[in-house]
Ligand binder design. Structure first.
Ligand SMILES: NC(=O)c1ccc[n+]([C@@H]2O[C@H](COP(=O)([O-])OP(=O)(O)OC[C@H]3O[C@@H](n4cnc5c(N)ncnc54)[C@H](O)[C@@H]3O)[C@@H](O)[C@H]2O)c1
Length: 326
C-alpha cells in the first residue's frame, strides 16, 4: 500500500515508518521537524520505498494518491506544547482539517492520533471510550487537550458528512527508544537523570498513576487498525451509508504510581541519585488507565511487552545513542 505518515520523523512516527517499510509498504513521511528530527529517520533514507516530504500540516497538503494516512503530526510532550500553545492549537485544528481534506480527496483510509488527554483529569477509572472527560478548557494543558478534542470533533463531523473510513486512536502514555532526553515526559526524564547522577524529579507526592505502553505494542496496534480498515473498506463500497468511524483506546493497562516508576528506573540504572519532589503542575491528571476491551474485541490487540523489559531497552538505547542530556 502507499501510506502517508504525518509526523513520521517523531518518536512514534519513526517507529511506524520503519515497521511499515518492513511489511513492504511504500511510505511517505511528512514532517516539518518541529519536535521530531532527521536523525530519527536517517536509517530509512536509503530505502527505495521511503520518501520524505518536508511540509507544515498547517499549510494545505500536496494532493496525492494514498491508500492510507496515519496522522500523527502534533507536539506531544508537555514541555513542547507548553512552549508552543498557539502552534499546538492550530496544528490540531487547521492541520487536522488539511489532513481530512486530503483523505476525502484521496478516498484514503485514515488513522488520527488522538490522546488519553481528551479524558483530562478523569473522574472514572479505567477510562472507557464512552467517558466524556474532565478537561479544564483554559488551563496550561488546554492547548493540547482541547486541541485534540477539537480534532476529534472535526473528524467526526467530516466522517458524518463524507462517510470516511477513519479511526480515532486515543493513545495512552507510550515510551521507547528515540524519545528526546529533554522532552519532559516521565520515562526519558527519569532515565536521563538517573544515568547522569542527577536527582530524579517527581511532581507532587508521586501517587498519581500512569500506564506505560512500549512503542512496539503501539505500532502493532496501529497496524491492526490498518488491516481492519482495509478489510472493512473492501467489505463495503458505500462508506457514506455505513459510517465506519471507530474510537478506540490504545495503550497498556498496567497502572503504576509515578514514584514507583522513578524508584524502578533508579534501581535499573543502578543509580545513587536521590528522588526529589516538586509541585504538581496545574491540571496534572491523577490517574490514567485505559479500558482496552474495544481494542481487544475489535482489533485483537493485546500489549505484550512488560514495563521492565521495555525500560531495559530504552535505558540501553539512551546509553548507546549518546542522546543523553548531559
Ligand atoms: N507518545 C505518547 O505517549 C503519545 C500519547 C498520546 C498521544 N500521542 C500522539 O501521537 C502523536 C505522535 O507523538 P510523539 O510522541 O511521536 O511526538 P513527537 O513530538 O515525537 O512527534 C510528532 C511529530 O510531528 C511533527 N510535527 C509537529 N507539528 C507539525 C506540523 N505542523 N507539520 C508537520 N509535522 C509536524 C514533529 O516534527 C514530530 O516529528 C502525536 O499526535 C501525539 O499527540 C502520543
Amino acid at each position: 500500500m502507499k501510506i502517508l505518515v504525518t509526523g513520521g520523523a517523531g518518536f512514534v512516527g519513526s517507529h511506524l515508518c520503519a515497521s511499515l517499510l518492513e511489511s513492504g509498504h511504500q511510505v511517505i513521511c511528512l514532517d516539518n521537524f518541529l519536535t521530531g528530527s532527521k536523525a530519527n529517520i536517517a536509517p530509512l533514507q536509503n530505502n527505495s520505498h521511503f520518501e520524505l516530504t518536508e511540509h507544515d500540516i498547517r499549510d494545505p497538503l500536496p494532493a496525492g494518491h494514498y491508500d492510507f494516512i496515519y496522522h500523527l503530526a502534533s507536539p506531544a510532550s508537555p514541555a513542547d506544547y507548553s512552549a508552543m500553545p498557539i502552534e499546538t492549537l492550530l496544528i490540531n485544528s487547521i492541520g487536522v482539517r488539511n489532513v481530512l481534506d486530503l483523505a476525502v480527496a484521496a478516498k484514503a483510509g485514515l488513522f488520527i492520533a488522538s490522546t488519553s488527554e481528551v479524558y483530562g483529569d478523569p473522574l472514572v477509572t479505567p477510562q472507557t471510550e464512552e467517558y466524556w472527560g474532565n478537561v479544564n478548557p483554559v488551563g496550561i494543558r488546554s492547548c493540547y487537550d482541547e486541541g485534540k478534542r477539537f480534532g476529534e470533533a472535526l473528524t467526526v463531523a467530516y466522517q458524518r458528512r463524507y462517510g470516511m473510513r477513519v479511526v480515532l486512536g486515543r493513545i495512552f502514555n507510550t515510551f521507547g527508544p528515540r524519545m528526546r532526553a529533554d522532552d519532559g515526559r516521565a520515562v526519558p526524564n527519569f532515565i536521563n537523570q538517573a544515568l547522569a547522577g542527577q536527582p530524579l524529579t517527581v511532581y507532587g507526592d508521586g501517587s498519581q498513576t500512569r500506564s506505560f505502553c512500549y512503542v512496539d505494542d503501539m505500532i502493532n496496534a496501529f497496524k491492526l487498525v490498518l488491516h481492519k480498515v482495509a478489510e472493512d473498506g473492501a467489505a463495503d463500497s458505500s462508506w457514506r451509508d455505513l459510517p465506519l468511524l471507530r474510537i478506540v483506546n490504545l495503550g497498556n493497562p498496567a497502572e503504576m504510581p509515578v514514584l514507583e516508576l522513578a524508584e524502578k528506573i533508579k534501581a535499573m540504572c543502578k543509580s545513587d541519585s536521590e528522588i526529589i519532589f516538586q509541585p504538581l503542575p496545574q491540571d496534572d491528571p491523577l490517574q490514567r488507565r485505559p479500558q482496552l476491551d474495544k481494542a481487544k474485541d475489535w482489533l485483537g490487540y493485546e500489549p505484550k511487552v512488560g514495563l521492565e523489559e521495555g525500560l531495559a531497552k530504552v535505558i540501553d538505547w539512551f546509553k548507546a545513542s549518546g542522546r543523553l542530556s548531559r
